[in-house]
Design a protein around this ligand. Structure first.
Ligand code: UDP
Length: 235
């Protein structure tokens, strides 16, 4: 079966890496994600990854701190997750490079677009750390930015829920899942797909987003193959 999407930007929330612990890293989850990614790479998929940092630190949650400084800490949290993913991929013999938007060359490569694309072409997974490198942004925005820069076919947004609902399915039992929804609707109704900056960027640059659950990490493989899962956001 040919791949539906050849080059993808996978967004993993920090929360998803913590599992039931809700904080830090659940290595079994990291390993399962990396095993699924190995299958995707074996089929020829080119994968860039943006990881969140919410399992360690979120700038907007620490109200006592100066926001920009708190966001710097949040960005450092994304680097910890990026390194964990890289480690998990290497353990599966998947070639990987970490590139950070804020240089820390003893730890990772600096983000250089052409170099990232070259890595992808050579079959290496590229993990983008530090989000956009700027405070007041999110890793969702970083996903849309990097997806545009590497000319990704789609953003695969792996989350804790299995798609986009008209209201919070954890609160309302009558919540209805969308199969397909437009960015305009996401923005107008404030649907919990991604923040508005990221959604507007995807809309303006015509980058579709597939939202699906990471409860089964092989959903990443299913998504890349084009199997019907989750909710597609486009146009
Ligand atoms: N962050 C930032 N700029 C960016 C991306 C992230 O300042 O471009 C910081 C921000 O503090 C954010 C934290 O990093 O709260 C972790 O990212 P995010 O909240 O997007 O992670 P997730 O919720 O997906 O785990």
């Amino acid at each position: 079966m040919p791949l539906e999407y050849k080059r993808v930007l996978l967004k993993l929330s920090g929360e998803a890496l913590a599992g039931d612990k809700k904080f830090g890293l659940d290595y079994d989850i990291v390993t399962d994600i990396c095993k699924s990614l190995k299958k995707c790479v074996a089929l020829g998929a080119q994968i860039g990854i943006v990881v969140g940092g919410g399992n360690f630190f979120r700038g907007r949650s620490s109200l006592q701190m100066d926001r920009a400084r708190a966001d710097h800490m949040g960005m450092l949290a994304t680097v910890m997750n990026s390194l964990a993913i890289a480690d998990g991929l290497e353990a599966q013999q998947v070639p990987v490079r970490v590139q950070t938007a804020i240089t820390m060359q003893q730890i990772a490569e600096p983000y250089i677009r052409n170099r990232a694309i070259r890595h992808l072409e050579k079959g290496r997974v590229v993990v983008f750390g530090c989000g956009t490198g700027n405070p007041y942004f999110s890793t969702d925005t970083a996903s849309s930015l990097r997806a545009a820069e590497i000319d990704a076919d789609i953003i695969l947004k792996a989350t804790m829920v299995d798609g986009v609902y008209d209201c919070d399915p954890n609160k309302y039992s009558n919540a209805v899942k969308y199969e397909k929804v437009s960015f305009q609707e996401v923005l107008e109704k404030g649907l919990g797909v991604m923040d508005s900056t990221a959604a507007a960027m995807c809309r303006d640059n015509k980058i579709p987003v597939l939202v699906f659950s990471l409860a089964d990490p092989d959903n990443i493989l299913r998504a890349i193959k084009g199997e019907k899962i989750g909710t597609i956001v486009k146009e």
